[in-house]
Ligand binder design. Structure first.
Ligand SMILES: [Fe+2]
Ligand SMILES: [Fe+2]
Length: 265
């Protein structure tokens, strides 16, 4: 079984490069399960129902998010429109599971592919240099107790490399893959850990690399140089799709290999 995980789609440039590459990568690499982090898909800040639909139409089974999930307010109603047992699209757009109790939406999704293969996706957020949330480690434990699927992919949306590496070891042998998102910089540490869990600290951004992690670089430079507030705008130049392809045994959920991809125009 092959799983394709696409890193944070950023703005219109990110959506365009994903539209260009995703269909042929799915076909040529034989991806069975496609997961996309969509937290920056709408102009760099959040995701709208229409953009979520576009990503599902391109072949995504599950969309994950992170700290930017609520930036477009209309996504709250969309995510609340389906109950926990639903398999409709709004239920397949998830947010970090360790957000505080009472937060809209769900932090995991468990589903089945047309061939009967079951799978689960868990979204978690780190706590180092991030907003307040519950403990992602204990949240993972609690979810793993209740999930039935053997193939389980964890998107750990976090800033600190140490917290992400720690989670990889914590979940090694218990999930198929732990992949990081949020920093928008792809890391070269993709590997299969000894227990059979594929790991990568950050898949990287699917968006404009002629930027500061997606934002127009002049605007970010001004912020650093002057400390003055200013509106951030999504950049456009040098779009690339960052993704990771994980091969696993569908019966045991153990990862066999992992390979990172970075595809430009
Ligand atoms: Fe992001
Ligand atoms: Fe983020």
């Amino acid at each position: 079984m092959r799983i394709l995980f696409v890193g944070d789609v950023f703005g219109s440039a990110g959506r365009r490069i994903v539209r260009e590459h995703l269909p042929h990568v799915i076909a040529e690499r034989g991806a069975d399960l496609v997961i996309i982090n969509a937290e920056n898909a709408a102009g760099g800040f959040g995701v709208t129902p229409a953009i979520a639909d576009d990503l599902f139409n391109l072949g995504a089974h599950v969309l994950t998010t992170g700290n930017h999930v609520w930036d477009k307010r209309e996504i709250i109603e969309y995510m609340q429109s389906e109950g926990e047992d639903s398999h409709e699209r709004p239920r397949r757009l998830i947010r970090p599971a360790n957000f505080v109790a009472g937060t809209p939406g769900y932090g995991f999704y468990e589903g089945e592919l047309p061939d009967g293969q079951t799978y689960a996706v868990i979204n978690l957020q780190g706590r180092v240099f991030m907003g307040a949330s519950e403990d992602p480690f204990r949240t993972a434990d609690a979810l793993l107790d209740r999930l039935r699927a053997r193939v389980i992919v964890v998107d750990l949306h976090a800033e600190a490399t140490s917290e992400k590496v720690a989670m990889g070891w914590y979940l090694d042998g218990r999930v198929t893959a732990v992949v990081g998102t949020h920093t928008h910089v792809p890391t070269a540490d993709d590997r299969v850990l000894p227990g059979g869990t594929a790991y990568q600290t950050d898949v990287g951004m699917s968006g404009p690399y002629d930027s500061v992690i997606g934002v127009e670089k002049e605007l970010v430079l001004q912020r650093f140089l002057t400390g003055m507030p200013g509106k951030f705008e999504a950049a456009k130049g040098d779009p690339r799709m960052a993704a990771t392809l994980i091969e696993c045994d569908g019966r045991t959920g153990r990862a066999i290999s992992t390979q990172r991809l970075l595809l430009g125009e």
